[in-house]
Write a protein that binds this ligand. Structure first.
Ligand code: CMP
Length: 140
């Protein structure tokens, strides 16, 4: 399997509840390496830009408001088949549908406040990593 990098966000519902360490333990327990990480306060423009693909969705306003409501932790994860692996580790978007042991089953509150984001493809992972990290911030 190829080593890949994917992009992750630990969302405001999780930073607010002080469970970033618990989430990182699940990530690392699954064999993914956190090779870059920073806690930041998103601006409205950043949140709107990052989620631009969802701008026509009825929940877009709510999504942006939520993402700027508290700090987030943005991360680059590396490992075998990292994009698909992290989506497996996160669980379904709606925690009610997520498998036991996944981040969202264990920690998410609702489909909106679902604790984590992960890239849905290798192509989007590259775009999303570049959105938040310079090359010299990723140390492997
Ligand atoms: P994420 O993987 O970050 O990508 C888009 C986000 O939109 C998604 O996780 C959810 O948090 C959010 N989302 C998707 N569907 C809904 C919905 N019906 N209501 C509120 N938020 C949603």
């Amino acid at each position: 399997m190829a080593t890949q990098r994917t992009f992750s966000i630990i969302k405001p519902d999780a930073t607010k509840r002080n469970i970033t360490g618990a989430i990182n333990a699940i990530i690392e327990g699954a064999g993914l390496r956190i090779i870059a990480q920073k806690r930041i306060q998103l601006t409205q423009a950043q949140a709107e830009g990052f989620y631009a693909v969802h701008s026509e969705r009825p929940f877009f306003g709510e999504l942006v408001e939520f993402m700027i409501s508290e700090p987030v932790v943005v991360q680059v994860l590396e490992g075998d088949d990292a994009v698909a692996k992290y989506r497996e580790v996160m669980g379904a978007t709606n925690p009610a549908d997520a498998d036991a042991g996944t981040i969202r089953k264990e920690h998410a509150l609702s489909i909106g406040e679902n604790s984590v984001h992960g890239s849905d493809s290798l192509e989007n992972a590259e775009i999303e990593i570049k959105f938040f990290f310079n090359d010299d911030e990723i140390v492997g």
